[in-house]
Design a protein around this ligand. Sequence first.
Ligand SMILES: O=P(O)(O)OC[C@H]1O[C@H](OP(=O)(O)OP(=O)(O)O)[C@H](O)[C@@H]1O
Ligand SMILES: Nc1ncnc2[nH]cnc12
Length: 185
Amino acid sequence: MTPAGTGAAPDRSALAARVHGLLRDVPDFPQPGVLFKDFSPLLADADAFSALVADVAAHWDGRVDLVAGIEARGFVLGAAVAHALGRGFVPVRKAGKLPPPVRSVSYDLEYGSATLEVATTAFAAGDRVLVLDDVLATGGTAAAACELVERGGARVTAVEVVLELGFLRGRDALPGREVRALLTS
Ligand SMILES: O=P(O)(O)OC[C@H]1O[C@H](OP(=O)(O)OP(=O)(O)O)[C@H](O)[C@@H]1O
Ligand SMILES: Nc1ncnc2[nH]cnc12
């Protein structure tokens, strides 16, 4: 593997502290009562973003065939990790964005409900797929993405997120799956 960016991944606890310091808390967004975690400052920090991508890629190197990123913030992280791994990227999109034929799954998330879609041709039988997103909250989004991967005949190796909102118990929506998070709050 040749990680994009600055080379070897640093110590994970140091990386976690650095990433934590670059997340911005936004109260009452997108609706009252939600404390929104804004990843924009992290993405804008070239060194921290490179270190994060290198860390994730180093962990999964040789163990996945494709990275599936969930719209929209999972696209940014997922495409960067796929590039660092030298693997392909599959966009898992909100309804109506991908051209047919697609598979669809509806789900609930922390602040609403939605439908995710993936191209029916995205996966080959037996592909090992890393599902990647920024936040695991209730787990509805990640569970829907996993279902889409498996309906396509592929296998979910794991769900990787930057931040897990532990109090929302997203892992309960992903029984039996490996879930890896850099940060838990
Ligand atoms: O675990 P859950 O409760 O399902 O929530 C997690 C999802 O919520 C956010 O996406 P959002 O749907 O807000 O879309 P965005 O990335 O386009 O802003 C986040 O990026 C995850 O995909
Ligand atoms: N609180 C939160 N902040 C950012 N993304 C989220 N997705 C679901 N809940 C979220």
